[in-house]
Design a protein around this ligand. Structure first.
Ligand code: F6R
Length: 613
C-alpha cells in the first residue's frame, strides 16, 4: 500500500527517505522509488519489488542532494514494474511527483494532455498529475500555484507530493479527500513530509496534519498551508509522543476511529493491482482461478464469523446477482456441525480478517474433508486461513488493531464484488458493456467512502442524542440487510447498548411490537432497489412513535421530511452501497461509545483474534 516520504534540509535526503520508506514497509507494496535533486537536476531511481532492490540500485548508482521524495507503490493503474513505479517525471525533467490515490478521471485527462502533445511514459494515472503541473508551470506560474491548478482538475481522493528543479527551495504536498494522510514534520532548519507519521517520527515530534483540500508549501524553515482555493490556513502544530503506539494513532483518539478513517485509503489499496480500468477486467491471481475451473463451479459456500460473516452475506447477493452462481452462507461455527452437502466442484470461501479464527479454520477443515476447493479472503498474510486455502484474496487493509472490525469489513466487500465480476467474466455471464460498467463503478469507491468520512461531525451530533438509550433496532433490506446486522453489532460490542439488526420485511411478523418512543430505529434506506419498501418502513416506525435515524442518499427530501435524524450517504452504485452505508454506522457506534467514556479499542470480554471454539 502506498507510502510517501519527502525531505528538504541540510542533510543528505537519500538515507532519510529510504529509512522513512522502511518504516512504512509494513503497509505492503510492490515497487519503490525515489527522486533527489542532485546538482540542480532531478535524478530518479525506481524499480519493481522490495525496498532492498531500490537500496541496491542506489548503492550501484548513488544519489545525493538536499531535497527529495520517495514512494512505495501498490499498483492501481498499470502493472507493478519499474516504469510504473513512482516518482514520475514530466516531459521537461524539471518536475517530479509521487501520489497515493486513484485519479478517477485519468482517462479524460490523459486524452486531453495527449492532444496537447504530452507523451506518456507509464500506464499510471499518477503521470497525468505531473504533466498538469508542467502545463501550468509553462504558463509562468510558480510550482505551488501550478500544483494547485493541477490538483483542481483531479476527481477522487489523493495524497500528492511534488518538487521541481526550477524551485529547489520547496516541496509542495497536498491532500484531497481521504486516500491517504499528509503529515508535515517540522525540524530545526529541515522539514519532512510523509503519508504516515512513523516515517518521520525519528526526526521530529512537531507535526502538522493536512485536512482534505489543503496544500502545504514546505521549505527548510517550515510550512505554509492553504486550501486548494488559495485561502491561507492557520494550522495547528501537534507535539507527538515518542510512544510508537501513540504515534501510530496519529491525530485520532482511538485506533477504531483511525481505522474507520483509513478506509478510503484501504479501499484504494484493495482495488490496487486488481483492476484494469482500461480493459475493464479484474485480476485476482492468488485465487489461481482458470476459466475451466470457474465454469465447473456449481455452488459456493461462504463461511465466516461475526463481521466477516456479514461481509459474506453481502457476497452472497453479489455473486448470485453478478455471476449467477448459487451461494450458501454459513456462520462458521454452524457449518462444521451441519454436515453440509458439498459436491466435488463446489467451492468453500472463508472470510477472516485474522485468518486464525478457530471456528472458521474448523469450517475450512470440514470443507477440505468433504473435497471442496478452498478459498479464503484474509487480511493477515501468512495466516492459517491463507496457508490452508487453495487460493486466496488478501484484504490489503494493513493491520487492524481496534477489536471492532471496520476497515476489514469494507475491504472484503470490495473483494467479493471483484470476485463476482471475475467469476462472471470467466463464465461468460456478462456482456462487455455490463462488465465495463461494473468495473468502472469501482473507481469511485474510495472517494465515496471519503465523502462519508467527511460527515463525521454530523454523525457525532446524532450520537449525542443516542447516548443514553438502552436498545436500538437496525433495519435493512436486500443488499443492505447485512449492513443492519453490522451496524447493530458495532453498537453492541463497543457501547454495550443492546442492538439488533433485522431484515426490514420481517418487522410486521413480530418485532414491530417493540417500537415505541424508547426504541430508536436506524433505517438503512439508500436509493437502491429496496428503497420504496424501506421508505414505508420509516413511515410505519414513525406511526408507532419511534425515533427514526435514517441513512439516506444525499438530496432525499422525502426521507428528511419524516425521519428524526438523517445520516447522509453519497449516491453510490447499489451493489457497492454496503461499503458506504456502513461507514456512518461505524462512526455512530464509535462516537456513542467514546462519548460514554468506554474502552473503544478493547471492549470488555472481546479479543481481536478468537482462536478458541
Ligand atoms: C466484530 C468483530 C468480530 C470478527 C469475528 C471474526 O467487530 O471483529 O465479529 O469479525 O471474530 O474474526 P476474523 O475476521 O478474524 O475471522
Amino acid at each position: 500500500m502506498c507510502g510517501i516520504v519527502g525531505y528538504i534540509g541540510p542533510q543528505d535526503a537519500t538515507p532519510i527517505i529510504l529509512n522513512g520508506l522502511k518504516r512504512l514497509e509494513y503497509r505492503g507494496y510492490d515497487s519503490a522509488g525515489l527522486a533527489v535533486l542532485e546538482n540542480s537536476h532531478i535524478e530518479v531511481r525506481r524499480d519493481a519489488g522490495k525496498l532492498s532492490r531500490l537500496i541496491a540500485l542506489v548503492e550501484e548508482s548513488p544519489l545525493h542532494g538536499h531535497v527529495g521524495i520517495g514512494h512505495t507503490r501498490w499498483a492501481t493503474h498499470g502493472e507493478p514494474n519499474a516504469r510504473n513505479a513512482h516518482p514520475h517525471m514530466g516531459m521537461t525533467g524539471d518536475v517530479v511527483v509521487v501520489h497515493n490515490g486513484i485519479v478517477e478521471n485519468f482517462l479524460e485527462l490523459r486524452e486531453e494532455l495527449s492532444a496537447e502533445g504530452v507523451v506518456f511514459n507509464s500506464d499510471t494515472d499518477t503521470e497525468v498529475i505531473v504533466h498538469l503541473v508542467e502545463r501550468y508551470m509553462s504558463r509562468e506560474t510558480g510550482l505551488a500555484e501550478a500544483t494547485r491548478s493541477a490538483l483542481n482538475h483531479l476527481r477522487g481522493a489523493h495524497g500528492v507530493v511534488v518538487f521541481s528543479s526550477r524551485e529547489p527551495d520547496k516541496i509542495v504536498a497536498a491532500r484531497i479527500g481521504n486516500a491517504g494522510g499528509v503529515v508535515v514534520g517540522l525540524g530545526e532548519g529541515e522539514t519532512f513530509v510523509a503519508s504516515d507519521m512513523p516515517a518521520i517520527l525519528e526526526h521530529t515530534r512537531r507535526v502538522v496534519f493536512l485536512e482534505s483540500r489543503q496544500m502545504a508549501v514546505v521549505t527548510r524553515s517550515g510550512v505554509e498551508v492553504k486550501t486548494l482555493d488559495g485561502a491561507p490556513v492557520a494550522y495547528e502544530v501537534h507535539n507527538v509522543a515518542w510512544d510508537p503506539i501513540a504515534a501510530e494513532k496519529g491525530a485520532y483518539r482511538h485506533f477504531m476511529q483511525k481505522e474507520i478513517h483509513e478506509q478510503a485509503r484501504s479501499l484504494t489499496d484493495t482495488i490496487g493491482g486488481r483492476v484494469d480500468f482500461e480493459d475493464g477486467r479484474i485480476r485476482l491471481p492468488e485465487l489461481k482461478l482458470t476459466p475451466e475451473r470457474a465454469q465447473r463451479i456449481q455452488k459456493i459456500f461462504i463461511t465466516a464469523c461475526g463481521t466477516a460473516g456479514h461481509a459474506g452475506m453481502v457476497g452472497k447477493v453479489l455473486i448470485e446477482r453478478i455471476a449467477r452462481i448459487p451461494v450458501e452462507l454459513d456462520i462458521a461455527s454452524e457449518f462444521r456441525y451441519r454436515d453440509p452437502i458439498i459436491a466435488k466442484d463446489d467451492v468453500v470461501l472463508a472470510i477472516s480478517q485474522s485468518g486464525e479464527t478457530a471456528d472458521t479454520l474448523a469450517a475450512m477443515e470440514e470443507a477440505r474433508r468433504k473435497g471442496a476447493t478452498l478459498w479464503s479472503i484474509v487480511n493477515v498474510i501468512g495466516s492459517q486461513a491463507m496457508r490452508i486455502a487453495d487460493g486466496y484474496i488478501s484484504m490489503q487493509t494493513g493491520p487492524e488493531i481496534g477489536v471492532a472490525s471496520t476497515k476489514a469489513y469494507t475491504a472484503p466487500l470490495v473483494d467479493l464484488y471483484m470476485l463476482a465480476v471475475l467469476l462472471a467474466d470467466l463464465r461468460g455471464a456478462l456482456s462487455e458493456r455490463e462488465r465495463r460498467r461494473l468495473v468502472n463503478d469501482l473507481r469511485r469507491v474510495p472517494d465515496l467512502a471519503g465523502r462519508c468520512l467527511d460527515r463525521e461531525a454530523e454523525v457525532e451530533n446524532v450520537a449525542r442524542t443516542l447516548l443514553n438509550v438502552s436498545h436500538c433496532l437496525y433495519l435493512g433490506r436486500g443488499i443492505n440487510m447485512p449492513t443492519a446486522y453490522e451496524g447493530a453489532l458495532k453498537l453492541k460490542e463497543i457501547s454495550y447498548i443492546h442492538a439488533e439488526g433485522y431484515p426490514a420485511g420481517e418487522m410486521k411478523h413480530g418485532p414491530i411490537a417493540l417500537i415505541d418512543r424508547d426504541m430508536p430505529v436506524v433505517v438503512i434506506a439508500p436509493k437502491d432497489p429496496w428503497y420504496e419498501k424501506m421508505f414505508s418502513q420509516i413511515e410505519q416506525a414513525k406511526a408507532r412513535g419511534g425515533t427514526v435515524i435514517a441513512l439516506a442518499t444525499e438530496g432525499d427530501e422525502m426521507i428528511s421530511s419524516i425521519a428524526d435524524h438523517v445520516l447522509w450517504l453519497p449516491d453510490t452504485p447499489w451493489m457497492l452501497s454496503p461499503v458506504t452505508a456502513v461507514i456512518p454506522l461505524q462512526l455512530l457506534a464509535y462516537h456513542i461509545a467514546a462519548l460514554r467514556g468506554l474502552d473503544v479499542d478493547q471492549p470488555r470480554n472481546l479479543a481481536k483474534s478468537v482462536t478458541v471454539e
